[in-house]
Design a protein. Structure first.
Length: 464
């Protein structure tokens, strides 16, 4: 069967030279503050500031912790300083003093007086603290060298500006395997349901949120949709955190697409501090990326990864690929970060027609070595059971397939039942039925848009 690839070229105004990401006067102080968080204050520093004006009250230096933010380890010191500043602000507003108030109170009073904040009665409620992230950002810059070219090419292939890569720094600081407290995962910070709704897959075989190319493809699809509906980039980018429907409600309720107006007037419990600051954080990260030599002159990016892409038509265990010298474990994991631990350890199979990245120049060896895997092992892989689901007669095959991230058509064909059939009793979930994204097609479009030397793509199929 032949696959016809349709490549459509979009021409955005950003690519034609006009800067569409404007820093308005209303958010300039916010952008400047987040630039300092990313590029000035380091991992061992904690900044106490007024959340509305971004005026800084104090910065404390904690003992350094190698390659980590210091505040979790020194939480009591941070909380003590936080409570001290809260007390000082409350007494300042109430025109009272405490005998123990000393240099810190003088310092805070000078900030309040300088910026005419004495008339504000809620200063204590507005005070927040923020970890410095310079070390984390520097690490992200270094790691970004591995994947940034490919990720930018994916954005361009979808008609989007390269600058949107700054969203990755806001979401994860380019920690590819980052997981947030809310369960957001990967460079683009997808939660599981959002990832699935964006067209990528999270199942026992693969977590495509962790794949830099495939997750960028999903993020690009969302951002294109958001920009098409909301029309303005500040709204579309903010919606990446706040949600598309929430941003659209703000537009409709206020009758405007002016981001500054929405920022000043939109009221919702879900439109919290993170959402309100998201676009400013994006602009700050973007500014740093555009002028890395100014902010991080000593950071040297890692060399871009290189690979070929091959495809196999029959299910195979990753452990067999390693056992029969088809590919090494380190290369398998490094070049295919979306593969789960279940798959790498041989508990799940690599499904038919899946595209694997392998080291460059290894395609001939790959096909030679894979033939050495005995047919009995390939046949066993095809029959491997991933899970056994006890259906209660209330869920369709389509619904069960979605739960496990497998092909509903595969399940329907194996059971000889229509997709809306509601089984009662055990349903076998075969490992080879797991869904995955079309990496070969994504690569083709990516390479068409890439300004760098294209990687070799080997689309040869093998029935071995």
């Amino acid at each position: 069967m032949k696959t016809i690839l349709l490549v459509v070229y979009f021409f955005s105004v950003a690519l034609l030279g006009k800067d569409v990401f404007v820093v308005s006067n209303r958010i300039k102080a916010d952008v400047d503050f987040w630039k300092r968080v990313y590029a000035e204050w380091d991992n061992h520093q904690v900044v106490f500031y007024d959340s509305q004006t971004k005026f800084v009250y104090d910065v404390i230096n904690l003992p350094k912790v190698d390659n980590e933010i210091s505040s979790p380890k020194y939480k009591k010191l941070v909380e003590q300083r936080y409570n001290d500043i809260i007390g000082i602000l409350n007494r300042m507003v109430n025109h009272s003093k405490k005998a123990s108030d000393g240099a810190l109170a003088t310092q805070i009073y000078s900030v309040v007086k300088k910026h005419s904040l004495l008339k504000e009665k809620d200063l204590a409620n507005r005070m927040r603290y923020q970890n410095g992230l310079r070390g984390q950002f520097a690490y992200g810059l270094k790691v970004s060298g591995l994947y940034a070219d490919d990720m930018k090419a994916v954005l361009r292939s979808q008609g989007l500006p390269d600058d949107l890569l700054a969203v990755v720094f806001v979401e994860s600081l380019f920690y590819i395997s980052a997981i947030s407290h809310a369960g957001a995962c990967g460079p683009w910070g997808f939660v599981r349901e959002t990832a699935i709704n964006s067209g990528i897959h999270v199942n026992k075989f693969t977590d495509e949120r962790l794949d830099p190319v495939i997750s960028t493809w999903a993020a690009a699809r969302y951002l294109n949709k958001a920009k098409a509906g909301l029309l303005e980039w500040p709204l579309a980018i903010t919606s990446y955190n706040y949600g598309y429907s929430g941003m659209m409600r703000a537009v409709n309720n206020l009758g405007t697409r002016d981001f500054d107006v929405i920022l000043a007037n939109h009221q919702s419990p879900l439109f919290g501090y993170a959402s309100q600051n998201y676009y400013a954080e994006f602009l700050a990260a973007r500014e740093i990326l555009l002028h890395q030599e100014k902010y991080f002159p000593d950071v040297k990016k890692e060399r871009a990864w290189t690979y070929q892409t091959v495809q196999v038509l029959r299910p195979v265990l990753a452990t067999d690929l390693v056992r029969f010298d088809v590919i090494g474990t380190d290369s398998l994991i490094a070049l295919n970060p979306g593969l789960t631990k279940h798959t790498v350890l041989g508990n799940e199979v690599i499904p038919p027609e899946y595209a694997l990245r392998i080291p460059p120049g290894r395609s001939k060896s790959f096909y030679q070595q894979i033939k050495k895997i005995p047919d009995t092992r390939r046949s066993a892989a095809a029959h491997k059971i991933s899970s056994k689901y006890m259906a209660k007669g209330r869920e369709s095959l389509r619904r069960i397939a979605r739960i496990f991230g497998i092909s509903a058509e595969f399940l329907s064909e194996r059971m000889g039942k229509p997709l809306d059939y509601q089984p009662l009793g055990p349903v076998l979930i075969r490992s080879q039925a797991h869904l995955f994204s079309p990496l070969l097609e994504i690569n083709q479009n990516m390479l068409s848009a890439s300004a760098t030397k294209p990687k070799e793509i080997n689309q040869k199929n093998t029935k071995k």
